[in-house]
Ligand binder design. Structure first.
Ligand code: SF4
Length: 215
């Protein structure tokens, strides 16, 4: 389990990602972005997250009110159980195999592509762990760039018909984000796992690698 200081450090680091999104938004013209409260297309389908992201997700779940936490746990359990045969790793610990093939990865994330994130409150579209959400959630919507090149396009609802140049102008530079790697080593040592360990949001909630299974 992360201590309060580590959780604060993770939150500070990830706020840098939120600020990068805000800067990208400030470079857009009216009508170029569709992101708004209640739009949750980017919360459908699982994706891989890093150890610092997983630890912060778990901290977010820990502070939820009982009713919300129970709903999150029920939905996470259902995803983990139903997708276990395809999970390219250990579904009990929640850890993805660091040596998994790209095909195994693609196959798994295709299986869970239609699953709503357990943190998503429906029908409001509110994220229950907004303050603790992963970097991916904080930066989605705009293109992701690194070293001056786009490597992931913006959400299909944003920047319709934008040229590559326009996508780059409004991108979030992932390479410049604070990924809290300094804390990752401490967190990993405390949990007895590798700092580069990856998981998903559902597995971060339930995986024994991230603490005792929540009740
Ligand atoms: S953590 Fe929150 S923002 Fe991220 S996918 Fe889940 S509901 Fe959406």
């Amino acid at each position: 389990m992360a201590n309060e200081k580590q959780v604060d450090r993770l939150k500070r680091a990830f706020r840098v990602a939120s600020a990068s999104w805000d800067r990208a938004a400030a470079r857009t013209a009216p009508g170029e972005i569709a992101c708004r409260a209640g739009c949750f297309g980017c919360c459908i389908g699982l994706f891989d997250i890093s150890l610092p992201e997983a630890v912060l997700v778990r901290a977010g779940v820990d502070r939820l009110a009982v009713g919300d936490r129970e709903d999150v746990l029920r939905r996470a359990r259902r995803i983990v159980e139903e997708s276990a045969p395809a999970f390219p790793g250990d579904a009990r610990t929640g850890l993805l195999d660091p040596d998994r093939s790209e095909d195994a990865d693609d196959d798994y994330f295709a299986v869970v592509a239609d699953r709503a994130c357990p943190m998503l409150e429906l029908p409001s579209g509110r994220c229950r762990i907004y303050e603790e959400r992963p970097v991916t959630c904080r930066t989605y919507g705009f293109a992701w760039a690194s070293d001056g090149a786009v490597f992931h396009p913006p959400c299909g609802l944003n920047l319709p018909g934008a040229s590559g140049e326009r996508q780059l102008e409004t991108s979030v530079d992932i390479g410049l984000l604070d990924q809290a790697e300094d804390v990752a080593a401490d967190l990993a040592a405390g949990l007895g796992i590798e700092p580069g360990s990856e998981t998903t949001i559902a597995h971060a909630v339930l995986g024994t690698a991230f603490g005792p299974p929540p009740g």
